[in-house]
Structure formats: structure tokens, C-alpha cells
Design a binder for this molecule. Structure first.
Ligand code: 9PG
Length: 529
């Protein structure tokens, strides 16, 4: 344990090797920078009040680091920072995986103490005090030196992507995709990426009956339009209904008492995590990556990857994030360096240096914010455009390290309730991230919207940051403040009502009813094609 007094910190940065570290503050901070664990987790500067535990709890594995969800102190994964009244910040960041930081207040440190903890052995900790952008820039540079030391950074340019998810979600099939691919004409996309909906089951990564000609033909079709073929898969999870789970229950992660570790709930079913340290799982992952390449896909969006870093008793005893990082190394090697590798739902730090791009926020959606999710469940990680913009904005400091994917932008208004200025905020964020993707269907767009899309894909404005939330794009100023606020913390009767709904939201049958309603609405959307 290293103990440091704030007065010992100079205006420059330093690196200290230890497992646990505490920095005693000499004045009370006004804000805390929380850095959530994985792509979809919250990243934001917030006040110092404890945030309510987000609901429903069944989703914790896929929204937060479940190990720290009951920590009342402001906290986050690998790094944390405090802002003082004069605008200077103090940043404490791990230069290794398996670490977290919180702001602790107690009798011994009434002004607060930044506390870093490592789940592994002694690691390097980076400390910097001063201007926010300088501190984060230096931290990113030190991370790069360690996690991507051979320049594994941005080898491939960020392609412009059309992705099937945010228009038809899983209600895709072979004829409809062929029709869409044809209708994209000469729009300047580099990749057409098939998302969730093609697979036989979660765990069984082969074409389902909606794709009777097989994955080979689908990739061929995409390549015949002159673009690279992209595919979504979630290789580290499976549902109990899958053949994979039936055949290899022993490959799945269990806790100390031998129970399967929950990887959350989706697709109307509980999710389970593969133990990637099991040698047979490694072989299976290698074969899967090779299979996907053999089909002809070379843009891989691997999703729900947090499952590789959940707490559990592994075949090989090693820190959970180190184990996950090793599985990324294996998959990266198997897919080949020439593939474009996008990680999604991934713990952030362990992915640096092993992929081309990281999704750095939760999913966007056709809504700005849902009252239930924001104000009752206090859940800043559910799909929603405000949630997505907020977290991406607070993760821009990762940009020097790899491509950062802010998720798709929208142009169409037929199936979309976002206001025009909200869509433009999303588009501007994509310019800032330098990562452009959409799921919009030409069939749903007006001529004007199609022109906007074309111009977006062809434009690369000069970006300059002018404030924490303000950016200059060419000669236009963009202010993201409207996306940064956190919802009101529910109180009194509202809090009680919320707790009841949260409890309901943990019931499998309730989630299945919601899924049935969603599916029905999606099938209706699909009819208009
Ligand atoms: C496919 C999608 C898309 C999307 C991914 C991911 O239950 N959840 O909290 C939850 C969060 C995100 C999510 C799915 C479920 O979306 O981010 O782009 O690929 O999977 O299923």
C-alpha cells in the first residue's frame, strides 16, 4: 500500500508501482469522474452524491462491474478523477487491468481520499494533477506504451459502416438483406455489417433457417457490391437452449460453490459465460474465428465480451480481466491481423492494443431518453441516444489509442422520434470520433435524407475542443451539454414505485412478455419494407 498526501503531488505526473494506493486530498473536490467498466457502462463527471443502484438487477452483469455495484462511494474501473473548485483535476489511473478507483471519505480523510485498488499483484499507477485534457492525454499515452507497445494502434483506417441492427434489429433474413444491400447503391460505405439475427442460437454460430443459402453466400453478396463483409457475434456467451451449452456444460464459468455465473439476461433467456481459460474453449474460439473468415467476413463485431471477465472460478487461476485479455489475444490471432476487429460490450482497458475499435458507449435508439429507464430505474446504460452521447463524450480521451465507435447515427424520420437537433448531435459526435456508421434504410428515407447521409459519409470536418462539452467543427460550434445531465434521483413514493417495478423487471416472465411485445412491433416495422 502506498499512501500519498496531496501536498506531495507536483503539477506534473508520476508513476508509482504498488497494488493499493491512497491519495489524501487537501481540499474538497466538486466533481468526480466515473469511468464505467464496459462499453455500455456509464462514464461521466458527476457530483459527489452516491448514485442509486441501477435497476433491474438482472442486467447488472451487462451494464456495470457487478463486483462493485454496491460500493456507495463514487467509483469506477481503472481510473478516477476529482475536479477542484479552481477547475484543476487530479487523476489516478491504473496502467494495468484488474483495478478500480474510488473517492472515499472518512474521519481520517475528511476532505476525501482517492483510493486505487488492484485485484492483481503490484501494478503501475499513474497520477496527474492539472488541466483536464493534459492529464487524460498523458494517461492515454502511458496506457498506449503498455497495452499497445508495438504500435498496434489504428493500423487500419476506420471504415464507414452500414449495420443491420438499428433498423430491423433481429428481424432480418436473407431476402430482406439482399434487397437492402441492392438498394444502398453507390452510397460510400466500406463495410456492410450483418448484426444479430442470423445465428441458430446464442452459442451456435451457424446460419439459422432465415438464411437458407448459408453465410458464405451472404458474404459473397456483400462483396459483390464492392464492400467488405461484416458480421456480429457474441462468442463468449451462450444460452441454455443452445447446443453448445448442452454439449459442453463443463466449459462454462462457475462460482466458488459450483453454480453457473450469470452473464445477465437477453433474448428472453438467461445468459452464461464461457470459461476462456479452458483449453478446449480456446480451441473452439480459434475454430470459430477461422470459420467466420472462411465464410468471407473480415469485419468482426464481437459483442457481449464482458462475459469473459466476470468473477468466477476459472480452469486457470488468474485475474478475471487478464483472462479476458488473453482470450482477445487468441481471437485476434485466429481472425488475422488483416481483419477489422470491433469489440462491443467490452471491458475497456483490457481491449486496448488487441482490437481496431471499441464501442465506447451504450446503444443509441430512436428515442432520446425513456422516462422509466432514466427516472425510475436510474439506469444510464439502457439503449437511448442521450445515454449514448453522454458516455461517448466522456470517453473521447481514448481516441489516440484506437478507433472509438460511438454507435450509429440516424437520418431517417419515418421510424424515428428523435428531433432534428438530436440527430445532428449524434452526427457531430460521429465526426468527432471519426467513426461513421448508420442502419438507416434507403426505403425509409426521403431524397433529402439520402443526400444528408451521402454528405455525412463524404465529409471530414476539422475538430477542435473548446470546452468540456463544446467542440468546433470547421467553423461551427457544437454544444453537447444537453446530453450530459444525469436524471433526478427518485425519492419518496416514486422511489418505492421504482423499486417495485425494478423487482418486477427482474422476473423472467415479465421480461419475456416485454420481448413478445417488442418482437411484434418489430415485425410490423419489417412489413413496411
Ligand atoms: C445485438 C445488439 C447490437 C448492439 C450491441 C448489443 O440487455 N442489454 O442491456 C443490452 C444492451 C446492449 C445490447 C443488447 C442488450 O446491444 O451494443 O449494437 O449488436 O447487441 O443484440
Amino acid at each position: 500500500m502506498s499512501f500519498i498526501k496531496f501536498s506531495e503531488i507536483q503539477k506534473t505526473s508520476q508513476i508509482i508501482k504498488t497494488n493499493n494506493i491512497e491519495i489524501e486530498l487537501s481540499s474538497k473536490p466538486v466533481k468526480y469522474y466515473r469511468h464505467g467498466w464496459q462499453s455500455w457502462s456509464l462514464a461521466a463527471w458527476t457530483d459527489l452524491r452516491p448514485l442509486p443502484v441501477q435497476m433491474p438487477a438482472i442486467f447488472h452483469p451487462l451494464q456495470v462491474d457487478a463486483q462493485h455495484v454496491h460500493n456507495k462511494h463514487p467509483h469506477g474501473s481503472w481510473l478516477g478523477a476529482v475536479e477542484f473548485e479552481d477547475g484543476n483535476i487530479l487523476l489516478l489511473g491504473a496502467l494495468a487491468t484488474d483495478a478500480n478507483v474510488s473517492l472515499v471519505e472518512n474521519q481520517l480523510s475528511p476532505k476525501g481520499m482517492l483510493s486505487g485498488r488492484s485485484e492483481a499483484d503490484g501494478i503501475e499507477w499513474f497520477i496527474a494533477f492539472g488541466q483536464e485534457n493534459v492529464c487524460f492525454e498523458e494517461y492515454a499515452e502511458q496506457l498506449g506504451n503498455r497495452l499497445a507497445p508495438h504500435g498496434e494502434i489504428k493500423k487500419n483506417g476506420a471504415p464507414r459502416v452500414w449495420c443491420s441492427w438499428y433498423s430491423l434489429y433481429h428481424v432480418i433474413d436473407e431476402p430482406v438483406l439482399h434487397k437492402i444491400f441492392d438498394s444502398l447503391g453507390d452510397l460510400p460505405f466500406d463495410v456492410l455489417q450483418v448484426d444479430d439475427g442470423w445465428q441458430a442460437d446464442i452459442g451456435d454460430w451457424e446460419a439459422n433457417q432465415k438464411f437458407p443459402s448459408g453465410m458464405n453466400v451472404l458474404a459473397e453478396k456483400i462483396k459483390s457490391t464492392g464492400r467488405r463483409a461484416g458480421l456480429w457475434l457474441a462468442p463468449l456467451i451462450a444460452t441454455k437452449s443452445s447446443r453448445l451449452f448442452h454439449k459442453h456444460a463443463d466449459w462454462f464459468l462457475r462460482d466458488e460453490r459450483g453454480r453457473f455465473v450469470s452473464a445477465g439476461f437477453n433474448w428472453g433467456e438467461p445468459l452464461y459465460a464461457l470459461d476462456t481459460t479452458h483449453p478446449d474453449v480456446t480451441l473452439w474460439l480459434v475454430a470459430l474465428m477461422q470459420q467466420v473468415r472462411a465464410w468471407g467476413f473480415d469485419y468482426l463485431k464481437l459483442d457481449f465480451l464482458y462475459a469473459g471477465a466476470l468473477k468466477g472460478k476459472r480452469y486457470k487461476d488468474m485475474p478475471r480481466e487478464a483472462a479476458y485479455r488473453e482470450s482477445l489475444r487468441v481471437m485476434r490471432a485466429a481472425m488475422g491481423a488483416d481483419a477489422f476487429f470491433l469489440t462491443c460490450g467490452t471491458p475497456i482497458l483490457p481491449a486496448i492494443g488487441l482490437c481496431d475499435a471499441i464501442r465506447v458507449g451504450p446503444d443509441v435508439s430512436h428515442d432520446w431518453e425513456k422516462y422509466r429507464d432514466a427516472n425510475l430505474f436510474y439506469n444510464p446504460t439502457t439503449p437511448g441516444t442521450k445515454n449514448a452521447i453522454r458516455t461517448v463524450l466522456f470517453r473521447l480521451w481514448l481516441k489516440p489509442l484506437l478507433h472509438i465507435d460511438p454507435d450509429v447515427v440516424y437520418f431517417e424520420s419515418k421510424e424515428n422520434s428523435l428531433a432534428k437537433d438530436q440527430k445532428i448531435l449524434l452526427q457531430d459526435l460521429a465526426y468527432i470520433c471519426d467513426f461513421k456508421a448508420t442502419s438507416d434504410l434507403p426505403q425509409w428515407m426521403t431524397n433529402d435524407e439520402l443526400n444528408q447521409l451521402r454528405s455525412f459519409l463524404n465529409t471530414n470536418p476539422k475538430v477542435k475542443q473548446a470546452g468540456r462539452y463544446i467542440f468546433q467543427l470547421d467553423d461551427r460550434m457544437v454544444d453537447f451539454t444537453s446530453a450530459t445531465s444525469m436524471p433526478e434521483i427518485p425519492k419518496g413514493w416514486i422511489a418505492l414505485w421504482a423499486a417495485f417495478l425494478g423487482w418486477l423487471g427482474d422476473r423472467h416472465f415479465v421480461l419475456r412478455i416485454f420481448k413478445m411485445l417488442d418482437d411484434k412491433a418489430l415485425r410490423k416495422r419489417r412489413m413496411s419494407l
